[in-house]
Design a protein around this ligand. Sequence first.
Ligand SMILES: [Zn+2]
Length: 372
Amino acid sequence: MAIYYMVTLIVPKIVDKDHNKIREKAPYTVSDKANTIYNSLDFIADMHCDALLWKRNLLKDNDYGQVDIPKMLRANVGIQAFTIVTKSPKGQNFDKNTGGSDNITSLYLAQGRPTNNLTKRAIYQCEALFDFAKKSDGKFRVITSSLDFKAYLSDKENNKNITAGFLGVEGAHALDGKLKNVQLLFDNGVRMMAATHFFDNKLGGSAHGVNGEGLTDFGRQVITKMDELNMIIDIAHCSPKMVDDIIKLTKRPIVSSHTGVKGTCDNVRNLSDNQIKAIANSGGLISIAMFEQAVCGIDAAATANAIKYTVDLVGVDYVALGSDFDGSVTVPFDVTGLPLIVEELINLDFTEEEIQKIMGANVKEFLLLNLP
Ligand SMILES: [Zn+2]
């Protein structure tokens, strides 16, 4: 038993530190101009972060990891999507994976979390976020409806010292193959879900899988149920055929929560020009990630370049940030380094109004319109 407790205390932290590195530690310095613009931003938002996977106490200002609530408050983050990973293949790579193996089982075991089924794994992370909110002295809220969101926005006008998150799921294998679990996850607070993650699942093909397939019958049923519940559909990690099928099936706006674009970084996962146009056409969001494999660069400039490419293609109203903080990737900075993105957007001649939209106003508007 002593060994069990030692393992659950020490191992998760070692794994967390090792998986979620930062190239440059805070504090970050930017020009006066970038600082002034950052401080004037009405709303800062990010569409993807896997911090709940790591059993890190997000109420603490941790000296490792990329996001926690004190850092979100320091960065004046308006909302962060907290996305839930339930299964990831051993030897995970960008090109070819199957669902035959899983890293999360051993991670969950080491964390002392229940491993029994993927839906329960997801619900465990949902409960963790609500628990942080409960213990945050009112500083952190989990947003589950547009009504919640409006109340939060109005409170935030008078109180800068509050922040918020909403729940997403990364890969609908978290349904454990059961349609009724869409409702169950919804009831546990999930408001966004990506069809696939790193391997093909019962819904269809992953960008990193083996079959390259589009939506299966089950996949269609899941998307239809998500439409019915107004759950946001995320196409990050989907095979190109899945993306096309989903766009054809739903009439609601589509989100890509954390990718790059082929125009600046050509790989199997990044969005083609046609996909970017289709997402914009749906009234959705193209949220640009901040790690090397997504943007083919290791700094804020690479993310800003992908943003510029997207804006040049479809205009500024559909672009957002989707860092992939704490998603087993090395990022240039933790969440308090977001002013570095503003600096690079200034360097690319974006206006203040455009920077406002990219840094979060687009997400704010999207959530007001699309949360249930
Ligand atoms: Zn991901």
